[in-house]
Design a binder for this molecule. Structure first.
Ligand code: S3P
Length: 174
């Protein structure tokens, strides 16, 4: 089965995806990393040179390619569920898991990684918090369409891994 990890930037999709892949033996796909490799550029460079619209086109196209491949755990980019019919598509392809995380926790996680994220760069901590809170209001309706919602504020990392592993392996047997 395909399992898509979705959620805001900094919610831990890539780290968790790698851990889950090691535990289950299911291959891992990091969508941002695939797009960077194909373009021979970082996400920041793609945004600057080709524009966000082109990035979103490639992101959506990649979901179609992943659909045509085999079993995988997929770390999506934070915006992927919110463009085109990507969320509906991912829901029809397999499991969708929303890593629900509060703006306060996201800000703490993102503070050191904003330079590589074009939508966040050059913002102060306070601006970052305001932007994330506002942006989450727009994005959360999409994220909440996920089949499984994990409360990452209250669960420990190991409980999060346990929950998702159980979901993935149960769905795989169906
Ligand atoms: C984006 C999230 C990023 C990356 C791009 C845009 C977004 O991925 O796809 O910078 O719109 O939320 P991460 O969620 O892995 O940071």
């Amino acid at each position: 089965m395909l399992s898509f990890l979705i959620g805001y930037m900094g919610s831990g999709k890539s780290t968790l995806g790698r851990t889950l892949s090691k535990l289950t033996g299911i291959p891992f796909i990091d969508m941002d990393a695939v797009i960077e490799q194909r373009n021979g550029m970082s996400i920041a460079e793609i945004f600057a040179q080709a524009g966000e619209k082109e990035f979103r086109r490639q992101e959506s196209e990649l979901i179609d390619e992943i659909a045509a491949g085999g079993n995988a755990i997929v770390a999506t980019g934070g915006g992927a569920p919110c463009f085109f019919d990507n969320m509906e598509k991912m829901n029809s392809l397999g499991g969708t898991i929303y890593l629900k995380t509060s703006p306060a926790k996201l800000v703490r996680r993102l503070e050191n990684g904003i330079s590589k994220r074009p939508l966040l760069k050059d913002r102060t901590t306070q601006e970052l918090e305001e932007f994330i809170s506002e942006n989450l209001k727009i994005r959360e309706p999409y994220y909440l369409k996920a089949k499984v919602i994990i409360d990452c504020d209250t669960l420990t990392d190991s409980r999060i891994v346990e929950h998702i592993t159980a979901y993935i392996t149960k769905s795989d047997k169906k």
